[in-house]
Ligand binder design. Structure first.
Ligand SMILES: [Zn+2]
Length: 318
C-alpha cells in the first residue's frame, strides 16, 4: 500500500477537541508503567528539532515527498519494503531456568511477528521496514536486567554490533531501578551506536504467558527505535505524539477498551499504546511517514564522502 500523504502534527493541526479518555477500571500500570520516565515535553521537542535538522542535513540523499501541510517541512519517500534491517539478538538468560534461554524457534517466531506488523495488512499500512535475523548470542548473566544503569550501558558496549541502521534487540527480564517490572524499553534514534538498543522481556514473545502475548512488545519498542512516541504522549495537549492522525489520548490505556473513538484510527489499537497484545494491531499512515523520515534522518547509512549529521543525545523510552 502506498504511503498516504501525511504531515507531522503541528499546533495548528492537532485537534484538542478530540481527546480520548480510556476507562480507568482495571488499570494496573505496574507492568507497562514507564510514564515517569517518558521523554519530557522538552526532550520530545528537542527530538523533533533534531529530526527536522537531520532531514535538512541529509537533503539530497533521498527523494523528497511533496505533502500538504506547513511549508518547508521535508519528508522522505522511502518505498514500502525497501529497507532490510539486520537484527542482532542478545539473550541474557538465567542458567537455572532453561526456559529463559529462548530457542531458535522462539526467536524466529518473534522475527515473524515483527515482519508481520511492519508489512501491513487490511487494518494497518505497509511500511518501508523488514527485519532479518543476523545472529544470536547468549549470555548467562544479567537476566534480571535493571535499565537506566551503568551496568546495562556496559553490556551494550560489549555486545552491540553494527551501526545505527542495525537493530540490537536485547531479551532479558527487565525492571526499573525502582523495581517495577518492564515489558520493554528502547532508545530513540539519533544517539551513539554503542548505546542504541531495543529491549524486550523474555516472556513477551509470541505464545508466552500462556498465550496472552503475541510478540507485540517488540513491535512497540521498534516503533520507539524508529522515533514513534506513545499515542498518549503529552496527553491531550499539543504537540501530543507529533502525529496528526492518531487521536489525542489523555493517558495510557490498558486491557482492551471498547468505548467508541471517532475516526479511522483508534489509539487503543495502536502499537504505541499500552493495551493488551490482541488489542493492538495498527500503525497510522502518519506514523509510517515519521518512521520513514526518521530512518533517513538518523539511521540510514550515509554514502562515503557525504556529510553526516551531528550525533544527538540518546533518549530512552518504555
Ligand atoms: Zn513505550
Amino acid at each position: 500500500m502506498a504511503i498516504t500523504p501525511a504531515v507531522h502534527a503541528s499546533a495548528a493541526t492537532r485537534q484538542r477537541t478530540l481527546c480520548v479518555e480510556p476507562p480507568r477500571e482495571g488499570f494496573g500500570g505496574a507492568v507497562k508503567d514507564g510514564s515517569a520516565d517518558d521523554p519530557t515535553l522538552e526532550q520530545s521537542a528537542r527530538q523533533e528539532r533534531n529530526l527536522a535538522d537531520a532531514l535538512k542535513e541529509r537533503e539530497g540523499l533521498y527523494t523528497p515527498l511533496e505533502l500538504p501541510g506547513p511549508p518547508n517541512e521535508l519528508h522522505a519517500d522511502v518505498p514500502n519494503g525497501s529497507v532490510a534491517i539486520p537484527v542482532h539478538v542478545h539473550v541474557l538468560f538465567d542458567p537455572a531456568r532453561p526456559e529463559t534461554r529462548l530457542t531458535e524457534d522462539e526467536i524466529a517466531s518473534q522475527m515473524t511477528e515483527l515482519n508481520r506488523a511492519f508489512s501491513g495488512d487490511a487494518q494497518s499500512p505497509d511500511t518501508p521496514f523488514r527485519f532479518n535475523l543476523a545472529d544470536t548470542d547468549y549470555t548467562a548473566n544479567d537476566f534480571q536486567l535493571v535499565v537506566d544503569t551503568p551496568r546495562f550501558d556496559t553490556i551494550k558496549k560489549s555486545l552491540n554490533k553494527g551501526g545505527l541502521n542495525e537493530l540490537n534487540l536485547y531479551v532479558a527480564n527487565p525492571s526499573t531501578p525502582e523495581g517495577l517490572e518492564l515489558l520493554g524499553q528502547a532508545s530513540f534514534p539519533g544517539g551513539a551506536a554503542e548505546k542504541d538498543f531495543a529491549l524486550i522481556g523474555w516472556d513477551t514473545i509470541p505464545g508466552a504467558r500462556g498465550g496472552a502475548m503475541e510478540g507485540k512488545t517488540a513491535d512497540h519498542e521498534v516503533g520507539h527505535w524508529l522515533n514513534l512516541l506513545h499515542t498518549f504522549e503529552n496527553g491531550c495537549g499539543v504537540p501530543g505524539d507529533y502525529i496528526s492522525d492518531t487521536p489525542p489520548e489523555a493517558y495510557a490505556a490498558s486491557g482492551c477498551p471498547t468505548i467508541a473513538v471517532p475516526g479511522p484510527y483508534n489509539p487503543f489499537h495502536n502499537y504505541m499504546d499500552y493495551t493488551d497484545d490482541p488489542c493492538m494491531f495498527q500503525f497510522t499512515p502518519n506514523q509510517v511517514q515519521r518512521m520513514a523520515d526518521s530512518w533517513v534522518g538518523f539511521r540510514m547509512p550515509v554514502p562515503a564522502g557525504r556529510s553526516v549529521p551531528a550525533t544527538h543525545d540518546t533518549i530512552t523510552v518504555r
